[in-house]
Design a protein around this ligand. Structure first.
Ligand code: HEC
Ligand code: HEC
Length: 259
């Protein structure tokens, strides 16, 4: 976990002395390009990648009939999810016209779990849902992220971008200042990336846990000494949607290995 205090604020001042060029004017680059070669090697090797543990936990929850459930996910989606269409999984978050709300992949899983397997409701980011999400998202590894950006999404993405450009917390900085202006610069021994979402859920070496995009947003807000948005808030949905849309075209890496 990175901590920002007065010393960091000084580092921040140094950081801000770097001429501001927006690297995103170029193209989207995965966090993979910013991590150390050893971390890349760890991500690329299924036996070394600690995030694969969550994939395996999710696989078991997916294939086996769970206590209290009437059906296993695999009964409808095939053993190991062979009936999923990777390009379809790469579209999340999607917009549900009927419910008039943004639906993340984890929320889709949660809905399906309750409606079709008769299981009890679990709160967002419950470990079982995170494992299922990691497993399902991993079915689409290598598929380019493809979030809808037209129609009903336009206004929602605009709201997400506004949140991304709002200054938060004691350090009074906005997401875009670090992730659009300073990628490649070092802060507290970490190389700042573009804050892309294509690797999530990702394994964080720093916390030693599998981490959803929601949780990563919350961790950045906490390190900015700001009150993190709740997992079920509209803000985190809009911010998550916006981040994922910035990753359009980048390949899904779940489970990525990150700092
Ligand atoms: C009784 C059959 C059934 C069961 C059991 C079931 N699902 Fe589904 N699932 C469906 C159907 C039908 C759809 C497509 C219609 C829809 O979107 O609701 C779907 C859609 C999905 C999608 C969206 C796929 C896409 O391409 O958009 C995901 C992800 C998913 N299910 C995950 C799960 C998981 C994880 C479980 C177990 C916890 C599960 N489902 C259990 C029938 C089932
Ligand atoms: C003071 C600088 C700073 C600010 C401001 C900041 N972050 Fe970060 N963020 C980091 C650092 C450092 C990391 C870890 C290295 C990396 O991947 O960029 C990180 C990582 C991330 C990642 C993971 C990227 C990956 O590939 O694993 C996401 C997503 C992210 N931040 C989103 C946000 C959001 C959303 C905000 C605003 C609410 C925000 N950040 C504000 C410094 C910052």
């Amino acid at each position: 976990m990175i901590h920002f205090n007065k010393t960091t604020l000084l580092c921040g001042a140094l950081l801000l002395a770097v001429p501001a060029t927006n690297v995103l004017a170029g193209e989207a680059r995965s966090g993979y390009d910013y991590i150390k070669p050893a971390s890349r090697a760890m991500q690329d090797d299924d036996f070394e990648n600690p995030g694969m543990l969550a994939v395996e936990q999710g696989r078991a929850l997916f294939n086996d009939l769970q206590a209290g459930a009437s059906k296993a996910c695999a009964d409808c989606h095939g053993i190991d999810g062979t009936k999923f269409i990777p390009a379809s999984l790469a579209r999340y978050p999607v917009y549900d016209e009927e419910a008039a709300e943004i639906v993340t992949l984890q929320e889709q899983i949660s809905r399906c779990r309750e409606a079709n397997s008769g299981s009890q409701h679990l709160p967002i980011d419950n470990p079982d849902l995170v494992a299922l999400e990691t497993f399902v998202r991993n079915r689409a590894i290598g598929e380019p992220v493809n979030v809808q950006t037209d129609g009903v999404m336009v206004a929602l993405l605009k709201a997400g971008e506004e949140l991304y450009r709002t200054r938060y917390g004691l350090i009074d900085m906005a997401c875009y200042q670090c992730h659009d202006i300073y990628p490649g610069q070092m802060i507290r021994g970490q190389k700042i990336s573009q804050g892309q979402a294509n690797g999530f859920p990702a394994y964080r070496l720093d916390t030693g846990t599998i981490t959803t995009l929601n949780q990563r947003i919350q961790q950045c807000l906490t390190s900015m000494r700001a009150e993190p948005f709740a997992a079920d808030s509209e803000e985190i949905r809009q911010l998550g949607l916006y981040l994922m849309s910035r990753s359009n075209g980048l390949k899904i890496e779940t489970p990525a290995v990150r700092y």
